[in-house]
Design a protein around this ligand. Sequence first.
Ligand SMILES: C[S@@+](CC[C@H](N)C(=O)[O-])C[C@H]1O[C@@H](n2cnc3c(N)ncnc32)[C@H](O)[C@@H]1O
Length: 145
Amino acid sequence: MEGRSRSPEEVEQRLRQIVQVLKCDVTLENPFHPLPMEPADCITCSLCLEEACEDEEEYDRAVGSIAALLKPGGSLVLTDILNQSCGIMGEQTFGCLALTQSQVEETLKGHGFSIKEFDTQPATEFEKKYIDGDPFFYLVAQKTE
Ligand SMILES: C[S@@+](CC[C@H](N)C(=O)[O-])C[C@H]1O[C@@H](n2cnc3c(N)ncnc32)[C@H](O)[C@@H]1O
């Protein structure tokens, strides 16, 4: 999406406002281990959870770990691809956990999220050269508990 709406200078200026970059592993109970993390107002995660998790149990635990990093009332913004089992990046093929919309929604609800928006967008023919899943999804969920 970068480049469609902002100039390189604007992107550079925004990136320079980032105050800290931390290593994260969503499969850990504390994804920022060993650092303690204050609960956040908003977390965004793009094309990562299905790529990082081997099976539904691990996905469920990862969503729980992310929920624990949010304040009650906080927002989770997720972007990923439904029904995707593999993708290609450069010369590398990587595996993904193929999930349906209802599996994603039920997992989030199971961790106290209320789904506020769930939009999908079909993959383009160009994108289908690199992914076997379809469609892309964009969701906003609010932590209610
Ligand atoms: C398909 S790339 C997406 C990159 C970028 N977030 C985006 O939206 O374009 C998948 C990303 O998942 C990250 N990833 C894989 N396993 C992870 C894990 N256990 N915890 C956190 N991130 C992980 C990889 O480092 C990689 O950056």
